[in-house]
Ligand binder design. Structure first.
Ligand SMILES: [Zn+2]
Length: 193
């Protein structure tokens, strides 16, 4: 029986989950994993099938990562607020605008050092918020705003939709006079969206 040739050649671009070969041919190098005797790529990059050392390796493509990681600073729009958490549609990762969206979760315990009673005092649906990724398990991005440069950077009046202006401890709507609470970043209203 002929040995089944792997369909990939060295130098080819592969993505996570691409079959690179079988364990009879290669051992698993960096950027690969084995499942059921088959070697797969665990990253996006260029594959090297080293026939001499019989090892499959994938060298990650530089700057390919458009996925938030732990420590990434992200910007997103608040899509839903509940009393203990908010859902954020992440559209900016560090300095780059993303093509798609990632869903982030901000839990009330990660908002601030001080005790926060309700998420409704932190942000409202439609606000633009800057946050840091603290966990990315199973591609669920848990966020924190516990820093002076993190928090809401643009907020809109929940009565009339006008952008809110920060006053000392409150946000004020110059249009309808409504006042609301937010956890703002220090550069509220000046930051890049
Ligand atoms: Zn208003």
């Amino acid at each position: 029986m002929a040995v089944k040739q792997s369909k990939h050649k060295s130098g080819q671009l592969v993505v996570p989950g691409d079959k690179l070969g079988v364990i009879e041919e290669f051992t698993t190098g960096n950027g690969t994993y084995e499942q059921g005797g088959i070697i797969y790529s665990s990253t996006t990059g260029r594959v090297l099938l080293d026939l001499l050392n019989k090892q499959a390796t994938v060298y990650p493509k530089v700057h390919v990562s458009n996925v938030p990681r732990v420590g990434s600073i992200v910007v997103g729009q608040v899509s839903e607020v509940q009393s203990k958490q908010a859902t954020i549609r992440i559209f900016r990762l560090d300095t780059r605008l993303l093509n798609g969206f990632f869903s982030g979760l901000l839990h009330i315990s990660d908002v601030s050092q001080r005790f926060v009673e309700s998420m409704y005092e932190v942000c409202k649906a439609g606000d633009i918020i800057r946050a840091k990724v603290i966990s990315d398990k199973n591609r669920v991005f848990h966020l924190t705003t516990n820093d002076k440069d993190l928090g809401v950077i643009y907020a809109f009046c929940s009565r009339c939709g006008q952008a809110l202006t920060p006053r000392k401890f409150i946000m004020r709507c110059s249009e309808c006079g409504n006042s609301e609470k937010r956890k703002t970043a220090y550069d509220y209203g000046k930051g890049e969206i």
